[in-house]
Design a protein around this ligand. Structure first.
Ligand code: FAD
Length: 430
């Protein structure tokens, strides 16, 4: 049986950041995860609060200005338990962590970037990689949005038309080019494949040539202030790809989020994974499921993981549950409408009538009821029962497993992961 200071379960943004920060604090950490979490679906940005009132079309400029009214309307939101200080601490610690690598995130909790989304809506977000932050719409000016015939889920014309109609002070044009070899002609290309192709200098040279030879460039007169691409500008060598395109085009280059799989999300996952491996005195078990955990006399005494030959018991002083909500696998459901937390059997706030689980649209301003389901916590970040009694003093919850953490409601997404991570670090490290 192994003995760790802390076992962190789940490698979404919540679990990865907690594990890295605890490793930085010299703790012996085991990070164990069945998969890579929702980072590979999300934009790679950290949304703290985008809209308040939630059904407003006007994005918030400074999330902290509207936080009090958001929490009055959502008194059980995880931010109520973390407080503003942990939001600031969590975002600053994240910036310090990711910028150890070449990820280069920009921003702060005091200001939202207003980024173009993959359909030309406004995406208000606090922290973004430089390549996405370069697309900030409040800078105004002219932009040419470039798409690829082979990338079927990104339509630059749709993005430019929607941006222009909103009269945001930007003037956007669009061009769709044929991707050069080896992508050209492959009509089922994913963002990840395009990102790999962009790491080759020949590919980039041909892309720039096709843009410069396009009709829209030849008829544009004095040219464009910025060039926008879908977020496919390299994986491991992203910084080099961005710098080279800016050099060849002579202008600022930015990325726009695509549908999944998310290349910026994958870069972030890889960056944090590498950081943990460099820092850790402990281990990272990826592709490993935690099957169950035991709570005795108000403390977790062990968890068991699934290995090829046996169920292996692991013990630690503290346990962090960062297994996400329905999307991440932290909550399980069945046809009867039952929703449960599969590792510790913690009580879940939910509604067993499946007809109430979903709002009509995916990104409804009031959120998705099913995303609100989760485990209740107290100010120590411990799980509590229906009458708010703590269930385990050495088990802490982070991210989307916490009740009322719906990321679509007010667009408070990864900010929840970072604020709850900061609160848990304080509890464990003192
Ligand atoms: C489609 C989509 C788009 C989004 N876009 C944005 C966005 O643009 N901006 C934003 O800020 N937020 C966005 N979000 C929200 C954000 O991604 C999530 O709220 C947040 O990432 C949740 O992180 P987490 O670490 O709590 O959990 P997750 O990312 O869900 O990770 C859970 C982890 O736990 C692991 N796990 C689960 N069960 C077990 C087990 N039994 N044993 C071991 N490991 C286990 C999983 O493999 C996974 O690694 C989006 C979410 C989705 C679904």
């Amino acid at each position: 049986m192994n003995k760790y200071d802390v076992v962190v379960i789940g490698a979404g943004l919540g679990g990865l950041t907690v594990a890295c920060q605890l490793a930085q604090a010299n703790k012996k950490v085991l990070l164990v995860s069945s998969g890579a979490g929702t980072l590979l679906l999300a934009s790679g940005c950290v949304d703290v609060l985008g809209f308040q009132p939630m059904d407003s079309r006007e994005p918030i400029k400074n999330p902290l200005d509207k936080m009090a009214t958001f929490l009055t309307e959502n008194p059980n939101h995880p931010y109520t338990f973390t407080g503003q200080e942990n939001m600031e601490t969590g975002l600053n610690a994240f910036l310090q962590l990711v910028n150890r690598s070449s990820l280069n995130y920009q921003g702060s909790v005091h200001r939202n970037w207003l980024l173009p989304s993959g359909i030309g809506a406004i995406h208000p977000t606090c922290l973004a990689p430089l390549s996405l932050a370069n697309g900030d719409l409040s800078k105004g000016g002219t932009m040419l949005l470039v798409g690829f015939k082979e990338l079927r889920d990104f339509y630059p014309m749709l993005v430019s038309q929607n941006l222009n109609e909103q009269k945001l002070g930007v003037q956007a044009d669009a061009v769709t080019i044929d991707a050069p070899a080896p992508i050209g002609g492959n009509m089922n290309v994913t963002p990840i494949e395009l990102a790999r192709a962009f790491e080759k200098a020949d590919f980039r040279r041909e892309v720039v040539k096709a843009i410069k030879n396009s009709k829209v460039i030849k008829s544009s007169g004095k040219g464009y202030d910025r060039f926008g691409f879908p977020s496919v500008l390299g994986l491991n060598r992203h910084a080099e790809v961005l710098a080279d395109l800016e050099k060849q085009l002579g202008k600022t280059v930015f990325e726009i989020s695509t549908l999944p799989p998310s290349v910026p999300g994958r870069r972030l996952f890889e960056g944090l994974r590498q950081t943990f491996l460099q820092l850790a005195k402990g281990r990272f078990l990826m592709g490993t499921k935690v099957v169950d955990g035991t709570i005795e006399k108000g403390r977790v005494t062990q968890i068991r993981i699934d290995t090829a030959s046996e169920l292996k018991t692991i013990k630690a002083d503290h346990y962090v549950l960062a297994t996400g909500g329905i999307f991440g696998g932290g909550l399980q459901t069945d046809l009867t409408g039952k929703i449960w937390e599969p590792i510790f059997g913690l009580p879940v706030v939910s509604n067993s009538d499946r007809h109430t689980w979903f709002a009509d649209g995916f990104l409804e301003p009031q959120g998705q009821p099913v995303n609100q389901y989760g485990v209740k916590i107290n100010a120590q970040m411990n799980p509590v029962d229906e009458s708010n009694q703590p269930l385990s003093e050495n088990l802490y919850l982070v991210g989307a497993i916490i009740a009322n953490s719906d990321w679509t409601r007010g667009r408070a997404g990864e900010g929840v992961g970072l604020a709850t991570a900061a609160a848990v670090i304080k509890q464990i490290s003192g």
